[in-house]
Design a protein around this ligand. Structure first.
Ligand SMILES: Cc1cc2nc3c(=O)[nH]c(=O)nc-3n(C[C@H](O)[C@H](O)[C@H](O)COP(=O)(O)OP(=O)(O)OC[C@H]3O[C@@H](n4cnc5c(N)ncnc54)[C@H](O)[C@@H]3O)c2cc1C
Ligand code: FES
Length: 257
């Protein structure tokens, strides 16, 4: 897919909770096509320590409003700086990058989308595209506590939502892999994005059921286009650049136990 370098205009920067914000960006021209699971490289201006762009998943695309959304967790200088942007500011982005999730082959495919923490971000756009294709996915969303779960109203409009929290403040207590839906229902395909231990646990569940499963890796990235080799992952086909070959991989390509 063709990549674009765009100076987008910030329509809003909404603080969803402490440490998390949602950027909604637009352009004078129609935004390019983007696939769920793809990401963008955001340029961070005005930070002395942040020379490289930061990779952020495409959270949602609103074609009617000509908007692309990014859900960001503040973890360091780059993301903190992005959090200070205000409506009207310009943000230079490269997008769309990488390969996204496999879309369902038919409307009847039972698709489970599993997200942990800010890893829920790309699943919202995946849910939207699935709804447009006539599919109703099951979302299994996990967090430490109720406050970690964001954009729930939008997820509920697109599919069935199951929740786990580690402290039991919302949904079922425990990790996503403890949720009763995993024993009560069966799925044809699973897509996962979140912390690596969570993705490995879901991958193990998928293997035990013989279910197709894709995970979105968040290896450290710099260039985002396969040039610097800083994001390599050892796979069944040797070392590959996650930014170019992924970030979404079928678990059968990974050397995970
Ligand atoms: C394909 C992809 C999609 C991503 N999507 C999102 C998203 O939608 N929303 C979001 O908030 N974040 C996302 N991330 C993670 C995000 O890129 C990093 O959190 C960000 O680059 C950190 O930049 P910083 O300058 O704030 O922190 P830094 O000062 O660079 O680092 C602060 C801390 O964050 C850790 N860190 C840095 N990069 C990563 C990374 N890639 N993965 C895990 N930990 C990291 C560092 O080890 C360090 O401990 C994604 C990463 C990838 C590779
Ligand atoms: S980030 Fe440079 S090769 Fe992947």
């Amino acid at each position: 897919m063709r990549k674009y370098v765009l100076d987008l205009t910030l329509k809003s920067n909404e603080r969803l909770r402490e440490g998390y914000f949602l950027l909604k960006l637009t352009d004078g021209n129609p935004l390019p096509p983007m696939e769920p699971g793809q990401f963008a490289e955001l340029k961070v201006d005005g930070s002395e320590t942040t020379f490289l762009r930061r990779p952020i998943s495409i959270n949602y695309v609103d074609e009617q409003q000509n908007e692309v959304w990014f859900l960001v967790h503040e973890v360091g200088d780059g993301t903190r700086r992005l959090g200070t942007l205000v409506a009207g500011d310009r943000l230079n982005v490269v997008l769309p990058l990488g390969h996204g999730f496999t879309m369902p082959s038919s409307a009847s495919e039972r698709y489970l989308l599993v997200g942990g923490g800010v890893g829920t971000a790309p699943l919202l756009y995946m849910g939207k595209r699935m709804a447009e294709a006539g599919c109703r996915p099951t979302f299994l969303l996990g967090g430490r506590s109720a406050g970690d779960l964001m954009q729930l109203d939008m997820f509920r409009a697109l599919g069935d939502v199951c929740i786990t929290t580690e402290d039991g403040s919302a949904g079922e207590r425990g990790f996503v892999t403890h949720h009763s839906v995993l024993s009560a229902a069966s799925f044809d395909r699973i897509a996962v994005c979140g912390p690596k231990p969570m993705m490995k646990a879901v991958a193990a569940y998928a293997r035990s059921k013989g279910t197709e499963c894709e995970v979105s890796l968040e290896n450290m990235m710099a260039c985002g286009v396969g040039a610097c080799l800083c994001c390599v992952e050892k796979t069944t086909e040797g070392h590959v650049c996650v930014c170019k070959e992924g970030p979404v991989f079928n678990i059968n390509r990974l050397l995970w136990q």
